[in-house]
Design a protein. Structure first.
Lengths: 485, 183
């Protein structure tokens, strides 16, 4: 795809910055320096060297984060002063003169000021709606639209935390005269979710490197990565069903394909259901009843608390990613089987797609699983309140709904919630991606505790399935053989 | 530009000018005591700057690694940090040690109850009196009446680690063996 989405640039004055020398040190309060936004076409052509094009851009919104003295020249000032002092004490003019040279350097270091980065920044992406795994080329162009030269400029792009850069650093170091521009490119690999770029960080220093100014340049850019849902095998459900015809075998006799029981013949029973063998043996008329198959209402509950963003390796996919992928497969499989399916998240953010069916509902489910903020690739900063969440979840959950709970089970909260939901009559099946490692003592203990939680759930009558290196459908197929209704 | 910087620049300029033009230098004739005082002040200020530089690192901004995806947490990494805190033989950290021991004990009771197919109370008793394992270091980790084996004490002393740390590792090893690894 060649579609591109451009960043915004802001009109208006960008040089309203106060005198940098009066700014406080680290931790200075941020000050908004320009406002407003409009969208403009990116003009980055892929070159990484400065160009001398005439400036027609306006400065990007800039927010000062801090301005500090770097203390780079503090040592030479001390050495120079020591030499001068020593020369005066011993009455040696050569020492004084040597020290004076050092003092000159120290003055040079203190005389400068880190210039404000009055830049017009544009960011473009090669594909704003990639598939997971696709590589997206990102081009960032920054033009110095101010009147001052930037002798030492470092730009570090705010790559979304859920994306990894696979080619090229997302940063550049250069010097820019007024009217010149720099362009740099890098490639990210698409991953599920909405990904919004954070502000680009601009670090400017004076020529001596003695003072430094850090600013954020806001150039909004986002990509949305929505994976296709693929059915993940025949997921066995538990015996809590609706009154509608479906595929879940029940303990109710009626129409179906599997033998359930025989009963005394009643007038009106179809002849094909009469047990003629028994009639031949005993002379009694009896009717064969088949196990009635009904549809189920299923809520897919994904554990997306901060504690669920775990993996066996810091760079590996988190358990939330594995859970969402598995929930997507279950969603498709259950919809295809005629069941009503909904999506919810065990998260501080609200996520609720009520159970439903049909193609429109399938599209909504895909969208929810891909881009809902509660299921984002990185955890929310909000605090999770278990009791409040459970109360709201129970209030919304239909009475005949069963729950497929996707959780890594790395703490007791998930296991407790599974038991409480099950105790309230909503049959629960726990589906757990294994995120544990076995390298250190702490990791081994965490893995042991997780195995014990799984056993405790099973002993409480809750179905529990885990998958690690195996794919989710393979694990489901293996578990189905040992599960009874 | 700061006033002090201006004054400094002016003073240095005047000094250099005086060094070039002896006539100006001759016009200013400070006493020996004043010159010595200026020398001492300069030296003291220089030494102060050098000392300040020695204690401080450059305050250059670290932009981090935006190219790297936000790292995931590995289950047990927080436990490892706590275990590292109690690895030292130095006294202290009693609360951390007690919390860790309580957590491992809970896992041990569940594992022993399952392994021996006995009640939780019986398993807790076996864990507390050290009969749950043949490993003396693992047994001593929960049984405070029994000391750690001499071998463990020697190794811990030589390697500069606490007996507690060796007992903890032995207990987890033993738990894994009992558990069998199958959920």
């Amino acid at each position: 795809m060649s579609e591109s989405r451009d960043a915004a640039v802001a009109p208006g004055s960008a040089d309203s910055d106060p005198d940098g020398s009066e700014a406080s040190d680290a931790g200075a309060s941020a000050a908004k320096e320009a406002t407003g936004a409009e969208v403009s076409e990116a003009t980055g052509a892929g070159e990484s060297d400065a160009t001398g094009a005439e400036s027609t851009e306006t400065a990007t919104d800039r927010e000062r984060r801090r301005e500090v003295a770097t203390d780079r020249w503090l040592g030479i000032a001390g050495a120079a002063l020591s030499l001068v002092g020593l020369g005066v004490l011993v009455r040696q003019s050569a020492l004084v003169l040597a020290g004076a040279v050092g003092v000159g350097y120290a003055v040079y270091a203190r005389a400068g000021d880190a210039p404000p980065p009055t830049l017009a920044v544009t960011r473009s992406v090669s594909d704003a709606a990639p598939e997971p795994g696709d590589e997206v080329r990102v081009t960032v162009r920054a033009e110095n639209v101010g009147e001052r030269a930037l002798p030492d400029l470092r730009l570090v792009d705010g790559v979304p935390p859920g994306l990894a850069v696979v080619d090229g650093p997302a940063r550049v170091a250069t010097a820019l005269r007024p009217g010149t521009a720099v362009t740099f490119e890098y490639t990210v690999r698409g991953a599920r979710g909405d990904h919004e770029w954070e502000p680009l960080t601009a670090i400017t220093r004076d020529a001596a490197g003695a003072r430094e100014r850090v600013s954020d340049l806001d150039a909004p850019t986002a990509i949305a990565c929505t994976p296709e849902l693929s059915a993940g095998g025949d997921l066995p459900l538990r015996g809590l069903t609706t009154v509608h015809h479906g595929r879940v075998p029940t303990d109710v006799g009626g129409a179906g394909v599997e033998f359930h029981a025989t009963r005394e013949y009643r007038r009106g029973d179809p002849l094909k259901r009469v047990d003629w063998n028994r009639r031949a043996r005993t002379g009694e008329l009896s009717t064969v009843e088949l196990r009635e198959e009904r549809s189920a209402t299923v809520m897919l509950l994904v554990d997306a608390r901060e504690s669920a963003y775990v993996a066996a390796d810091p760079d590996a996919e988190t358990a939330v990613e594995a859970s969402v992928a598995a929930a997507g497969q279950a969603f498709s499989a259950l919809l295809d089987g005629g069941d009503r399916v909904g999506v919810a998240a065990l998260s501080p953010l609200d996520c609720w797609l009520p159970p439903g069916s049909g193609t429109v509902h399938a599209a909504r489910g895909r969208e929810t699983l891909a881009t809902d903020p509660a299921l984002a690739p990185t955890p929310s900063d909000e605090r999770f309140y278990r009791s409040l969440w459970l109360r709201r979840f129970r209030r919304r959950l239909p009475a005949d709904a069963q729950v497929l709970f996707f959780t890594p089970l790395v703490d007791d909260t998930a296991a407790t919630l599974a038991r409480r939901i099950d105790a309230h009559g909503h049959l629960v099946t726990v589906l757990s991606p294994d995120p544990t490692a076995t390298g250190t003592a702490g990791e081994r203990l965490a893995a042991l505790e997780r195995r014990q939680r799984l056993r405790t759930l099973r002993s409480a009558g809750i179905r529990a399935l885990e998958w690690g290196d195996d794919s989710f459908p393979v694990a489901v197929a293996a578990a189905t053989r040992r599960w009874s209704r | 530009m700061r006033p002090l910087t201006v004054a400094g620049v002016a003073a240095v300029a005047a000094g250099l000018f005086a060094a070039l033009d002896r006539g100006i230098a001759a016009a200013v004739s400070p006493t020996s005591a004043v010159v010595t005082l200026l020398g001492v002040l300069g030296l003291a200020q220089g030494v102060r700057y050098v000392n300040a530089r020695r204690d401080r690192r450059q305050l250059l901004t670290d932009p981090g690694e935006p190219e790297r995806r936000a790292p995931a947490t590995v289950p047990g990494s927080a436990l490892d940090e706590r275990i590292a805190q109690v690895a030292s033989p130095a006294p202290g950290g009693y609360q951390s040690r007690r919390d860790l021991r309580g957590r491992v004990r809970e896992a041990a009771v569940v594992a022993v109850a399952r392994d021996r197919n006995c009640a939780r109370e019986a398993a807790a008793e076996a864990v507390d009196d050290g009969t749950w394992t043949d490993d003396p270091a693992a047994a001593a980790f929960f049984d405070t009446r029994t000391g750690y084996p001499v071998r463990v004490r020697l190794v811990a002393g030589v390697r500069g680690r606490s007996n507690y740390w060796y007992g903890l590792r032995a207990a987890i090893d033993e738990l894994e063996r009992i558990d069998g690894g199958e959920p």
